[in-house]
Design a protein around this ligand. Structure first.
Ligand SMILES: N[C@@H](CCC(=O)N[C@@H](CS)C(=O)NCC(=O)O)C(=O)O
Length: 246
């Protein structure tokens, strides 16, 4: 059994899609980020970056203690290795998968996330026009990268559906809210359409969907609380004593 520390965001849904596709039994442990669960000591022991998702495998292959993994991309590589599926077949395809997974983790995910951040701040923190232009352009560029890749390939890594597709899908499916016209990226649109018809994708995307918070419906006080939790994070101090400097 694998515990998935999860909240229904695109990063979380990467893992529920993969687990549904892989038929591995899993248990959802909700990590409500708007409430601050990501700062709990027990959570930080498995995910020191105070971000979800993270997993704990209670039946690791080495049959030793439960094994925890944080960072969605690393979790996906771990699950792919565990079930021997979706990580690419053979040396070359495996490295195509790894590259596109890293591309997602370093580009599509963070840039889209930052765009959302500045779009939500619009009208609250003064003029955000440069930040919005910067991230709108970046996101447009990134859809172009995927579109060019998918123009003559069925999937991001080539002929096979892999964790690279599962990682990119939950972000790309939000194209409309990201200000993208998908007709401009028709190869990407075809791929989105194909993936959306997979029952496991549909099921993975639904996990916890009743819990998603519509921030536009929060009161001013609730917004202030969430903003102070999520938007003004600074370093957590390390312990003063007991470490390697003693
Ligand atoms: N690179 C990380 C990013 C994870 C991430 O940003 N998670 C967000 C939700 S999508 C989170 O936990 N936010 C909590 C916070 O900002 O304190 C991954 O892919 O796992």
């Amino acid at each position: 059994m694998i515990d998935v520390h999860y909240w229904p965001t695109p990063n979380g849904k990467k893992l529920t899609i993969q687990l549904e596709e892989s038929c591995i039994p899993y248990n959802i442990v909700y990590c409500e980020i708007g409430r601050g669960d990501q700062f709990e000591e027990n959570f930080l022991k498995i995910s020191p970056n105070n971000r979800m998702p993270a997993i704990v495998d209670y039946e690791p292959r080495d049959q030793a203690a439960p094994l925890a993994v944080f960072e969605s991309g690393a979790c996906m590589m771990y699950i792919a290795e565990k079930c021997g599926k979706f990580g690419g077949e053979g040396l070359r395809e495996r490295w195509e998968v790894n590259q596109w997974l890293m591309w997602q983790m370093a580009n599509q995910g963070p840039k889209t996330g930052e765009r959302g951040h500045f779009a939500r701040l619009k009208d609250r923190e003064g003029d955000q026009s440069y930040a919005l232009r910067r991230f709108d352009d970046e996101i447009h560029r990134l859809y172009g990268v995927m579109n060019n890749r998918l123009y003559d390939r069925r999937y991001l890594a080539g002929n096979h559906y892999t964790i690279a597709d599962m990682a990119c899908y939950p972000w790309a499916v939000g194209w409309e809210a990201q200000g993208i016209d998908i007709d401009e990226f028709k190869y990407c649109g075809r791929w989105l359409n194909e993936l959306s018809q997979r029952p496991a994708v549909e099921k993975g995307m639904q996990v916890g969907s009743d819990l998603t918070q519509d921030y536009s419906k929060l009161s001013e006080d609730e917004i202030k609380r969430v903003v102070s939790l999520l938007y003004n994070q600074r370093a957590r101090p390390a312990p003063e004593t007991g470490g390697l400097l003693d």
